[in-house]
Ligand binder design. Structure first.
Ligand code: NI
Ligand code: MN
Length: 230
């Protein structure tokens, strides 16, 4: 069993067997988050790409908790330079182990950059993850548009896919339904919507469309809500 808690945007915690994985921490500046970054105690942090709405709180949380941060090489090196002690750099196709599970880097169609001391720096290219944890396989898509190789990801047997539906910066709800079909996931949790005006969506409409067209079930979580993946 994995307890999945939605913090907001692409920030989630996964808890199983005493271990906690945190994805893309954007918490204290996140207008929809119901928790503070200080309240989280992950062992592992997964970073999909370097946009501010995915890495805003990673340095502070990693320094306080000594969590291991898994990210694409260039992002991992950047964070190490910012004082994050424990980084595990990887790259596409690689599977990296962490306490209680593993994460495999898969592609995501998006961009990645960060503003550091007023300089816009492009750090790496974005990733998604296939996460094996608590006996479950979770596809965390990150920020991405639809792409055909989601079918290959689905061949790995995905229990739950976490997909962006906000549109504008990522795929919207229509393409997210197409993604769910390619992946063949049993369940989908939508994310990356309703954090800002530009990504307003109706997750219940997405759920209705998905469930009308597939056997996949959508689990809609409000920020702060949890779901037990059994
Ligand atoms: Ni992004
Ligand atoms: Mn984003």
């Amino acid at each position: 069993m994995v307890k999945i808690t939605f913090i907001g945007q692409a920030s989630f915690t996964f808890e199983a067997d005493g271990n906690t994985v945190l994805t893309d921490p954007f918490i204290d500046g996140n207008p929809v988050a119901t928790v503070s970054a200080d309240s989280l105690n992950p062992n592992t942090i997964l970073i999909s790409h370097a946009h501010g709405d995915h890495i805003a709180d990673v340095v502070s949380i990693a320094k306080r908790t000594a969590a291991t941060v898994i990210a694409i090489v260039e992002i991992a090196e950047y964070l190490h330079g910012k004082g994050v002690e424990n980084v595990k750099p990887g790259n596409f196709g690689g599977t990296l182990s962490f306490e209680g599970g593993s994460a495999k880097f898969v592609p995501a169609w998006h961009t990645s950059s960060f503003t550091d001391d007023d300089a816009k720096v492009a750090i790496s290219i974005p990733a998604g993850f296939i996460i094996r944890f608590g006996g479950k396989s979770i596809y965390f898509a990150g920020d991405t548009g639809l792409f055909g190789d989601m079918k290959l990801i689905g061949e790995e047997g995905i229990d739950l896919a976490i997909l962006p539906i906000g549109d504008n910066y990522t795929m919207g709800p229509v393409d997210a339904v197409r993604a769910a079909k390619l992946i063949g996931a049993k369940q989908v949790i939508p994310c990356h919507y309703n954090t800002f005006p530009l990504i307003q969506q109706d997750p219940q409409a997405f759920k209705a469309d998905l469930e009308a067209q597939t056997d996949c079930v959508a689990v809609v979580l409000n920020p702060g809500e949890s779901y037990d993946l059994n």
